[in-house]
Design a protein around this ligand. Structure first.
Ligand code: PLP
Length: 362
């Protein structure tokens, strides 16, 4: 079955599309959305692409009260020949189901999730921008839509996929940020929801993020919730660092989101023969390496920015500057390599890109 077998109701009031140069992140939404529902006894049903529209919700809808909600985020890229390709759709589909499992949401057929991405991008293919660095951000989301105030897994859910054309994260080149390690707030704990892409984790991050911003930093560096010692993630990105000749990233051991950009950059660095360790790394080890000059580079990884270099790290009143506050050579190399694959400027040795068949206009 192709995405064209999914019923498509075309909008009668298409919006005017913004200019490629005026795009920011997530402010403009496209003309259509993918929707399907789950009902107990019936399973997931009625996949379709329909005009983008507000959804009516009863005030007692369970997601509004207890946050049974998961999402994912991936991108489609315009290739030089005009075709459109999605980056690692399969891995994002698998992760969405993993998040569903963590929140007691019934899983979907992974093939159908992939087809939902393709169907919405095909419907809104004109919205995939053309300027280098721009892309179409795809946001699949599942929410509990049962109307009830009891606390239990819902019997009804809605899955929807919306899209937003987004501008280049780095309009003036990759730019390092200043981050603050917090020992007063935690994002996730073992046995909690850290491995799931769920609304609750974002709600839990806001006050620490606000404090960091008020103190003049861009992001929070999260430490583990038990010893407040081991580095977990940075903001809503995975964290990596290069100390001497070793690239280190914390292991996927229960509190960390299994980032697709994390996996992709690890793969590339292993391809390049670098020494890569997925191991616990403490804030003390990093601060010490910062002091003695062996902390060469540090960066976050995520779909929105690809990589985000860290130029300055503050912890307990001490500040270390990393790589002279500039983007390091490995960070830049990773950014360039991922972007080249995404826009089809280099070959795709691991088969990460899948083409979206755009229907011929009627
Ligand atoms: C989405 C997310 C990431 C990055 O994942 P990507 O698949 O690379 O976009 C990292 N950490 C958290 C907490 C996230 O929600």
């Amino acid at each position: 079955m192709s995405s064209m077998d999914i019923p498509f109701t075309r909008t009668r009031t298409p919006l005017s599309r913004p200019d490629d140069t005026s795009l920011s992140f997530g402010k403009v939404l496209t003309d259509h959305m993918f929707v399907m529902e789950y009902d107990e006894g019936q399973g997931w049903h009625d996949p379709r692409v329909v005009p983008y529209a507000p959804m009516q919700m009863d005030p007692a809808t369970s997601v509004l009260h207890y946050g049974q909600a998961v999402f994912d985020g991936l991108k489609a890229f315009r290739q030089a020949d005009g075709s459109i390709k999605i980056f690692r759709a399969e891995r994002h589909a698998r992760r969405l189901n993993k998040s569903c499992r963590a929140l007691c949401i019934p899983e979907m057929d992974e093939e159908l999730i992939r087809r939902s991405f393709e169907a919405i991008v095909a419907a809104d293919h004109e919205w995939v921008p053309r300027a280098l660095g721009t892309s179409l951000y795809i946001r699949p989301t599942v929410v509990a839509t049962e109307v009830m105030l009891g606390v239990h897994p819902a019997h009804r859910y809605t899955y929807f996929v919306i899209c937003s054309p987004v501008g280049s994260y780095y309009k003036e080149g990759v730019k390092p940020v200043r981050i603050l390690a917090t020992d007063t707030h935690v994002r996730a704990v073992q046995g909690g929801l850290g491995e799931a892409k769920t609304a609750a984790n974002y709600a839990a991050s806001l006050s620490a993020q606000q404090e960091a911003e008020r103190a003049g930093y861009t992001q929070v560096l999260w430490l583990d919730g038990v010893e407040r010692k081991w580095i977990d993630e940075v903001g809503t990105m995975n964290i990596m660092m290069k100390i001497g000749d070793e690239v280190i990233t914390p292991p996927l051991a229960g509190t960390i989101l299994d980032g697709v950009t994390r996996a992709s950059t690890l793969q590339l660095m292993r391809d390049w023969g670098l020494k890569v360790s997925e191991r616990k790394v403490s804030i003390d080890e990093v601060m010490a390496a910062g002091r003695d000059g062996t902390l060469e580079e540090m960066w976050g990884t995520g779909t929105a920015a690809v990589v985000s270099p860290v130029g300055e790290l503050a912890y307990k009143g001490e500040t270390i500057t990393i790589g002279g506050g500039k983007t390091g050579p490995l960070t830049q190399k990773l950014y360039d390599a991922i972007v080249a694959i995404q826009y089809g400027k280099s070959n795709d040795p691991h088969g990460w890109m899948t083409e979206v068949k755009v229907p011929a206009e009627a």
